[in-house]
Design a protein around this ligand. Structure first.
Ligand code: NAP
Length: 691
């Protein structure tokens, strides 16, 4: 266990370049399981205006000096080091009431999310400071006026206000995309579990990987923080819908049109398919998943299953099966052997959950558990925030409101029956927008109908069946490459979703001008921008190669013999290449045509520079389109232009994207595509680099 000196730890904020204590003694934060004071917290007197100014001036300026890949590599270094220190975080996490198993998604899941972002950014985004997005849009007939979207980092601070239940993941899943985008962060964890976030931030800052001002932390209340946000700042909020609504309408946020993302609570559903009778694998998977979601983190997960929907007539079977599983989930001290379920985050929270259960119970019947009677496997039920699982049954779900609107943020869920797919969808929609719902069925048409009905009201839908029983990540896990967030009640926000999440922290701007100007802004060559044909560009290393370096090849005629040879050699004897009458009957062709892949192959033969040189490998093509049929006797020519240069950090090479334009004797475009190559940074390669 981390040594706190036997006394409660006094938490500090890291703002404006230093660790700072808030004024006063600090408010005691109790260990969720033992009730002892674990930490003292105060942000009183912290100068939030100065913190934001330091983030913008020092942090933003320094981050924007780096490329996207350089920033991603910082995160990789941080994630790798954090993973090595995870035992310390697990030890500290016990005070939150989470069992080590419950803490895994928070700690390993959080660090894993950071690492996933770091690797996706290097794989999917160019190593640049500005992101060009989408195609070059032709805005004039003669090609002299074009448009392109560019994304640049906002110059403000990303203020991340987080909920108590994921003190590590909640921070890391947000700072990863912000920092990759080049936007500094100020993290405000929920006070109740801020001690764990503080520990992780200390370790990150101790690494010295991030520039000054890139990451700040506020432990304690937010004070007047939001009064100081400006038009270039972003506020992301995770927490209850009630707090979110308040913050969303904060005058500074409204007046400055500050980007505000909200991830709030939601009444997520799990739907048992009509085909999933007792005895089927899907029935068992459903029961297991619902029980897991009710008990993991003692049900204190924003994605937990709050509403259980089963086909009419199957209520009793599901209640019996669930009750049998839940009966085994006795809460206990999170670190103790044999503990099946941890505690809520605080005794005060338990009171709140009991009140919410009472509200739901006014329209439903408790069929398993007793919120007033606590049975534990270890620990003192009078001091720790223990609560046994509570299952309710709502017999009239269409008339009832509370089961669809009251979030009892604990091990609590309400079962209800539906009659037909449309009713299941209608019930799920009564949640008015959720983060996630899941569907358990082995019938693909049921899965499709339910999912399409649920989708407009959800950020994520999980389909569970026997085929993914072993590999599924489960209902409750948001994943870095997939969107997290949901409409309506769930906050209307969107986080993660792979590189889409990075773009939330950047401004998209449509830039219009000549191709030369657009190429200068984006760093990408565009048709119509200046090009230079001096040395064959395949003879140039990245040290010499420039955007716009070009080769225009000699022409090559395509003959019937070429097409027949290619057909026989590859086995591609599709009739349009082989049979004149059949080809003519095809609406696209006047006669036999050359294979598209023959055209691409001839193009490579035309533009290649065959000798050993800085071009190391061809790793594919993008956006290949065959635009005009090639008939026997046509002659092809290639214009290959260096379009984008993407040096890779930590290697001897980089990626080069070439604009490839194959034309015929009438100068019609026959094929257009991007050729993707790996090119050495220097040529010859440094000693030993070829091994
Ligand atoms: P909360 O009470 O709404 O607090 C969330 C955050 O807002 C905390 O950091 C809190 O700070 C801060 N806050 C409260 N009042 C504020 C104010 N006036 N100005 C600025 N910040 C303020 O929620 P919670 O109890 O921590 O979390 C539980 C809720 O979060 C549940 O409803 C759960 O469903 C939801 N949640 C949603 C997601 C998601 O991704 N959608 C994830 C996790 C949790 P203090 O702690 O210092 O008051």
């Amino acid at each position: 266990m981390l040594d706190t000196g036997g006394t409660a730890r006094r938490l500090e904020s890291y703002v404006d370049g230093a660790w700072r204590k808030g004024a006063g003694e600090g408010r005691p934060i109790a260990n969720a399981a033992t009730g002892e004071t674990h930490a003292l917290i105060s942000s009183d007197g912290i100068d939030f205006a100065a913190a934001l100014a330091w983030g913008r001036d020092a942090g933003g300026t320094a981050l924007r000096r780096h490329t996207i890949h350089e920033r991603a590599l910082m995160l990789k270094a941080i994630g790798t080091e954090l993973m090595a220190q995870k035992a310390d975080f697990h030890a500290e996490s016990l005070a939150t009431g989470a069992t080590p198993r419950d803490a895994w998604p928070d700690i390993e899941g959080g660090i894993g999310t950071l690492l996933t972002f770091a690797s996706m950014a290097r794989r999917e985004l160019p190593n640049t400071k500005v992101l060009a997005e989408g195609p070059v849009e032709q805005l004039s007939k003669d090609g002299s006026f074009v448009g392109r979207h560019v994304l640049t980092p906002l110059t403000g601070v990303a203020v991340h206000i987080n909920a108590f239940n994921f003190p590590v993941w909640g921070m890391l899943e947000k700072i990863a995309p912000s920092l990759i985008a080049g936007v500094p962060c100020l993290v405000k964890p929920a006070s109740q579990t801020a001690y764990l976030t503080e520990l992780v931030v200390r370790r990150i800052l101790d690494m010295g990987v991030l520039p000054d001002g890139a990451l700040q932390l506020v432990c304690g209340g937010a004070g007047d923080l939001l009064d100081h946000v400006t038009e270039q700042d972003v506020v992301t909020f995770t927490g209850s819908a009630a707090t979110g609504r308040k913050l969303r309408t904060h005058p500074a946020i409204v007046e400055n049109s500050v980007r505000f993302t909200m991830e709030a609570d939601s009444l997520n559903a799990a739907i048992l398919g009509p085909d999933a009778e007792p005895g089927t694998e899907e029935f068992d998977l459903f029961v297991k998943e619902v029980a897991r979601e009710m008990t993991a983190k003692a049900g204190q997960k924003c994605t937990a299953i709050r509403r259980i929907m089963v086909p009419k007539g199957r209520e009793e079977a599901v209640i019996d099966a669930l009750s049998a599983t839940l009966a085994k989930a006795l809460p206990g001290l999170p670190g103790a052997d044999g503990t099946r379920m941890g505690t809520l985050v605080s005794v005060g929270d338990r009171d709140g959950v009991r009140e919410k259960i009472a509200e739901i119970a006014a329209e439903a019947e408790i069929v398993h558990g007793d919120p007033a009677a606590i049975t534990v496997s270890s620990g003192d039920p009078d001091r720790g925030a223990f609560l046994n699982p509570v299952l309710l049954h709502c017999a009239r779900p269409f008339e009832a409101e509370a089961p669809h609107s009251v979030e009892a943020f604990g091990p609590v869920s309400t079962l209800m029956a539906y009659d037909g797919i449309d009713e299941a969808v209608a019930l799920a929609r009564k949640g008015k927008g959720s983060l996630v719902s899941s569907v358990f069925t082995d019938d693909a048409s049921v899965a499709a109908d339910l999912t399409i009905g649920l989708a407009p009201f959800h950020g994520r839908v999980l389909i569970g069946n026997r085929g993914s029983a072993k590999s599924s990540t489960g209902h409750g896990s948001p994943l870095a490459p997939l969107v997290h967030g949901g409409p309506g009640r769930a906050g209307g926000g969107e986080e993660m979703g792979g590189m889409r999440g990075v773009k939330h922290f950047m401004q998209r701007t449509a830039v219009q001008g000549t191709p030369r100007m657009i190429a200068a802004v984006t760093g990408e060559w565009a048709e119509g921008a200046p090009a230079e044909q001096v040395t064959h560009p395949f003879r140039k290393s990245l040290a010499e190669l420039k955007i716009g370096d070009q080769v225009v090849t000699d022409a090559r005629e395509v003959t019937e013999a070429d097409v027949e040879h290619f057909a026989e050699f590859t086995g591609d004897t599709f009739y349009a290449h082989m049979d004149s009458d059949a080809a003519k009957a095809n609406p696209f062709f006047d006669d036999r045509v050359a294979h598209g892949y023959l055209i691409a192959s001839f193009a490579a033969g035309l533009f290649v520079e065959p000798n050993p040189g800085p071009v190391l490998a061809n790793y594919g093509v993008d956006n290949l389109r065959f635009l005009t049929p090639v008939y026997f006797g046509d002659s092809l020519r290639v214009q290959l232009t260096c379009k984008q240069i993407n040096p890779r950090e930590g290697t001897v090479y980089g990626e080069v994207r070439w604009d490839c334009r194959v034309t015929n004797q009438k100068d019609e475009a026959v094929a257009l595509y991007d050729v993707l190559t790996m090119v050495a940074k220097e040529w010859p390669l440094p000693e030993g680099a070829g091994a």
